[in-house]
Design a protein around this ligand. Structure first.
Ligand SMILES: Cc1cc2nc3c(=O)[nH]c(=O)nc-3n(C[C@H](O)[C@H](O)[C@H](O)COP(=O)(O)OP(=O)(O)OC[C@H]3O[C@@H](n4cnc5c(N)ncnc54)[C@H](O)[C@@H]3O)c2cc1C
Length: 427
C-alpha cells in the first residue's frame, strides 16, 4: 500500500480489491460524515447506509491503511485485560455492559461476513492463548474462571492437548476460546467497504480531513480538495489519527508489532502445525503470535518495528524462535514481512469521545480492534440514529488526555523489543 511492502505485507498480496473510492473533489452535503476507513468507520458506514442514511466516508490513504490492514487477524472476544477488570475500571454498569458486548463481538463479525458474502479467509475454530511456564498457566486459569462464571465457551487445555493442537511441546497449556477465530484482516476491511458501498455509502480515499468546524447549523469536514457538511461526524481514526483529531493518537502509546509469513508449508507440516487453524499467542510479556493463512503460510509475529536495526534483529530472532517452537519446521524463509503500530491506552480499555455536539468516536482498542471496531461502529450508527442514547453507550464519556512520557515509552517499547530479541530471549 502506498508502495510500502512493509506496511501491509502478506495481506495486501492476498486480499481481493477494494471498491472504487475516488478522492473527494467537491463540496457536498450528507447526513453523516465518517472519518477513517478502518473497521470502526466502515462498520458505522455500513450500518447507517443500510438504514437509508446518506453517508460520506473519508479515508486519508486507502481502505484498511491503519491497523485494519496490518494486524494479525485474531478475532478476539473481550480485551487483553481480565474480564473482572472491566467493572473494576469502568464501574459495574459500564463494565458489564462493555464486557457483554465485546464478548459477543466475534459473532457480529461472523454474521457480517456471512450476510455480505465477504471473502476474507474466516476461520471459526477458536483461538488458543498459550501458557509460557507455570506463571502463564496460572494467569490462564484465572482468565478461564472469570470468563466461565459469565458463561463464555472457554476451555483450559493441558500441555498434551495444546501440543496436539499447535504442534509445539513448548507450552504448559492453553485457553481455547470458541467465540474467537481468524480472518484475513485487509480482506475483511475491503469486504466491509464493498458492503457499505452496495448499501449506498459513498467512500473517498486519498481524502485526509485537515479541518473541521460548524457553519449554518451544520458540521463540516474539509479535505485539500473538497468538503462534506453533515448533521453528524463520526471520528474513526484511532491510532493512525492525523489532522483535527490528532489528540486521539496522542492519548495512546504506540506499541510496534511485526509479522513474518513463510511460504505455504507442505502437507506434512500443515498436518502438524496448528492443523485446526486456531489463532495462537502466548502469555509472555513480550508476546509472540502465530496462525496459518488459507494457503498454509505460517504467520509469526511479536513486538517490534521492522525498521532500522530492528529489521535484521527481529527476523533473526523469529527464525531462532520458530525452530525452538516448531523443531519440525527446519529453516524457513519469509515471503512477506510487515509491521504496524498498536494504540495502547493507560488502562488498556477503549475510549468513547465526544468532540463537540454530534461529533463522536470510539478508539483505543489496545491491539484488539477487529471485533470491538466492528461492534462500536454498529453502536455509533445506532447512536446517530437515536436508538442508543449517550447514557446507554457501552463506555462512559472521557476526555482525551496525553499520558506522561508518551514518546519515551514508545522509544522504550521499540528499543526494548530489539534488546530482548537480540539477547535471544530464553524459552
Ligand atoms: C500490528 C498490529 C497487530 C494487531 N493485531 C490485532 C489482532 O490480531 N486482532 C485484533 O482484533 N486487533 C489487532 N490489532 C488492532 C486493530 O488492527 C485495530 O484496533 C483496528 O484496526 C482499529 O480499527 P479502526 O477502524 O478504529 O482504526 P484503523 O483501522 O487504524 O483505521 C483508522 C483509519 O483512519 C484514517 N485516518 C486517520 N486520520 C485521518 C484523517 N485526518 N482523515 C481521514 N482519514 C484518517 C487512517 O488512515 C486509517 O486508515 C492490531 C494492530 C496492529 C497495528
Amino acid at each position: 500500500m502506498l508502495n510500502d511492502p512493509r506496511s501491509h505485507g502478506l495481506w495486501e498480496k492476498t486480499a481481493p480489491s477494494p471498491p472504487p473510492a475516488p478522492r473527494l473533489e467537491e463540496v457536498v452535503a450528507a447526513d453523516v460524515a465518517i472519518v477513517g476507513g478502518g473497521y470502526t468507520g466502515l462498520s458505522a458506514a455500513l450500518h447507517l447506509a443500510e438504514r437509508g442514511v446518506h453517508v460520506r466516508l473519508l479515508e486519508a490513504a486507502e481502505i484498511g491503511f491503519g491497523g485494519a490492514g496490518r494486524n494479525v487477524g485474531l478475532i478476539n472476544a473481550g480485551m487483553w485485560v481480565m474480564p473482572d477488570d472491566f467493572p473494576r475500571e469502568l464501574g459495574p454498569l459500564y463494565g458489564e455492559r462493555a464486557l457483554d458486548l465485546l464478548g459477543q463481538g466475534p459473532y457480529l463479525v461472523r454474521e457480517l461476513i456471512e450476510t455480505h458474502g465477504i471473502s476474507c479467509e474466516l476461520e471459526k475454530n477458536g483461538t488458543l492463548h498459550c501458557a509460557a511456564g507455570a506463571d502463564g498457566m496460572k494467569e490462564l486459569e484465572e482468565r478461564a474462571r472469570q470468563w466461565q462464571k459469565r458463561g463464555a465457551p472457554v476451555t483450559l487445555l493441558n500441555a498434551a492437548e495444546t501440543e496436539q493442537r499447535t504442534g509445539s511441546s513448548t507450552y504448559s497449556g492453553s485457553l481455547l476460546d470458541m467465540r474467537a477465530g481468524t480472518l484475513q484482516p485487509l480482506a475483511y476491511a475491503r469486504g466491509l467497504a464493498h458492503a457499505a458501498v452496495k448499501a449506498g455509502a459513498k467512500l473517498h480515499t486519498g481524502s485526509a480531513v485537515v479541518e473541521t468546524g460548524e457553519a449554518n447549523g451544520k458540521k463540516f469536514v474539509r479535505t485539500a480538495h473538497g468538503q462534506v457538511s453533515a448533521d453528524w461526524i463520526i471520528v474513526a481514526t484511532d491510532a493512525y489519527s492525523t489532522g483535527p483529531w490528532k489528540q486521539v493518537r496522542l492519548e495512546q502509546v504506540h506499541l510496534p508489532y511485526f509479522n513474518l509469513a513463510t511460504a505455504p508449508l507442505g502437507d506434512n507440516l500443515r498436518r502438524s502445525i496448528v492443523p485446526g487453524r486456531e489463532g495462537c499467542w502466548d502469555t509472555k510479556e513480550i508476546l509472540s503470535s502465530f496462525r496459518m493463512d488459507q494457503a498454509g503460510r505460517l504467520i509469526f509475529g511479536s513486538v517490534g518495528a521492522l525498521r532500522g536495526t530492528g529489521t535484521a534483529i527481529h527476523k533473526a530472532w523469529a527464525r531462532r524462535s520458530l525452530k525452538r517452537i516448531f523443531p519440525q519446521l527446519g529453516d524457513v524463509d519469509f515471503e512477506a514481512e510487515w509491521y504496524g503500530l498498536i494504540g495502547m491506552t493507560d488502562n488498556a480499555l477503549p475510549r468513547f469521545h465526544k468532540f463537540g455536539r454530534n461529533v463522536v468516536g470510539f478508539s483505543g482498542y489496545n491491539g484488539r480492534g477487529i471485533s470491538p471496531g466492528t461492534t462500536f461502529g454498529k453502536v455509533l450508527a445506532a447512536h446517530v440514529l437515536g436508538e442508543i442514547s449517550e447514557a446507554e453507550l457501552p463506555l462512559p464519556l472521557t476526555d482525551t488526555t496525553e499520558p506522561g512520557f508518551r514518546s519515551l515509552k514508545e522509544a522504550y517499547y521499540e528499543a526494548g523489543a530489539q534488546i530482548a530479541h537480540f539477547a535471544g530471549e530464553r524459552f
